[in-house]
Design a protein around this ligand. Structure first.
Ligand code: COI
Length: 358
């Protein structure tokens, strides 16, 4: 069993923290974090320490060559139940897939789970209790070797921080820019990995999206700018002819755990799910003909967020939500009811965390 050293300063850090009323997403932080370093080919001791600044040398490789990966997970504690962590095994598998792509070491499952579960256990009092709220867990790993040569780092740090969070988006449907020019990912690249650099690459388009008065960017494939891929931090779904359609996974799309779960739940609810190449222009004509009745974004942070309309840079808009996002909202409820422990967990997706205090 993986050992964790509990720093003596954890007690006061926990005692001095209180949960603010307004949470937002990802800015209020739990006062503790887990940390473990990798050197000489092996992981060292896992520690639980107070949340605070980390120090590294200015020539640490992550600061120059972006050798960094992360995960997003949630712990729920609604209606006196939980805390429950949703599908952490999937996050662990994806973390190691990202690690391989970015020339970083695997994290053993015991180390990954111990870090996530201990941070959650000691943060139990700070898991917000309203439906849709959660403790957002952010495991991440970065290269710390002090050297400027472009070579894979031989030293790394793995950490887990946690943020008591409300919803990612404010109320209302999303407005989405179809990005016809830039590219987020390319075949053979890093698009399928949860690497910080992929998100950095999306930020210029995020500025343009915001300047156009829109909220999210919809990426097309990098080569032909023809097929819908994903939305930077979310996957894309649409209801077409009463069926649920989503871009098929390839190495330029991050395979969301929420995406995977939605596919399972939709099939259980009798919906036909089609994973396919989605040509953007055919899709727009499906919207215009009324064949496409809904579209939504999904992800750990976003859960399921209905899309109000897609838009071009020219200002042309393709409105959705003809049925107030009925299927999106039904799927959101079936997913959340499992995550929050209100519904039968027939796939054993949810793991209970035993609260701890000092
Ligand atoms: C998540 O949903 O966990 C994400 O990683 C998306 C975003 C907040 C980066």
């Amino acid at each position: 069993m993986t050992h964790i050293r509990i720093d003596a300063a954890i007690g006061p850090a926990l005692k001095n923290f209180s949960l603010p009323e307004n949470l937002g997403f990802g800015s209020v932080m739990s006062p503790i974090m887990a940390s473990c370093t990798y050197e000489n080919g092996k992981w060292g001791e896992l520690e639980l320490i107070p949340y605070g600044p980390i120090s590294m040398f200015p020539n640490a490789k992550v600061l120059h060559y972006a050798q960094e990966i992360f995960e997003g997970m949630k712990a729920y504690r609604v209606g006196g139940l939980g805390p429950f962590i949703f599908r952490p095994d999937e996050n662990h598998l994806r973390f190691n897939r990202s690690a391989e792509r970015m020339a970083m070491p695997h994290i053993p499952i015991e180390l990954f789970m111990k870090a996530c579960f201990e941070v959650t256990a000691y943060s139990s009092d700070f898991v917000p209790r309203r439906s849709g709220e959660s403790l957002y867990l952010r495991p991440f790993m970065f290269a710390t070797e002090e050297a400027l040569g472009i070579k894979p780092s031989e030293k790394f740090r793995f950490m887990v921080i946690a943020s008591p969070s409300g919803s990612y988006f404010s109320a209302g449907g999303l407005s989405v820019l179809i990005e016809r020019h830039g590219a987020r990912a390319f075949p053979g690249g890093t698009g399928y990995a949860k690497a910080g650099g992929n998100y950095a690459a999306s930020l210029l388009a995020a500025i343009k999206t915001k300047q156009l008065g829109l909220v999210q960017t919809l990426w097309l494939d990098g080569r032909d700018k023809k097929y819908i891929e994903e939305m930077s931090g979310m996957n894309f779904f649409a209801v077409v002819n009463g069926e649920l359609h989503t871009p098929e996974i390839n190495d330029t799309i991050l395979e969301g755990i929420t995406r995977k779960s939605i596919i399972t739940l939709a099939r259980d609810a009798g919906l036909k799910v089609v994973e396919r190449k989605m040509d953007i222009d055919d899709f727009i004509s499906d919207i215009k003909k009324g064949v496409c009745t809904e579209a939504f974004a999904c992800g750990t942070a976003a859960i399921i967020a209905p899309i109000d309309y897609l838009a071009e840079e020219t200002g042309e808009r393709y409105p959705l939500l003809h049925q107030e996002g009925k299927i999106a909202l039904q799927l959101r409820e079936s997913l959340l009811s499992i995550q929050e422990g209100r519904a039968e967990d027939k796939y054993m997706w949810v793991s209970m965390v035993e609260p701890k205090s000092l």
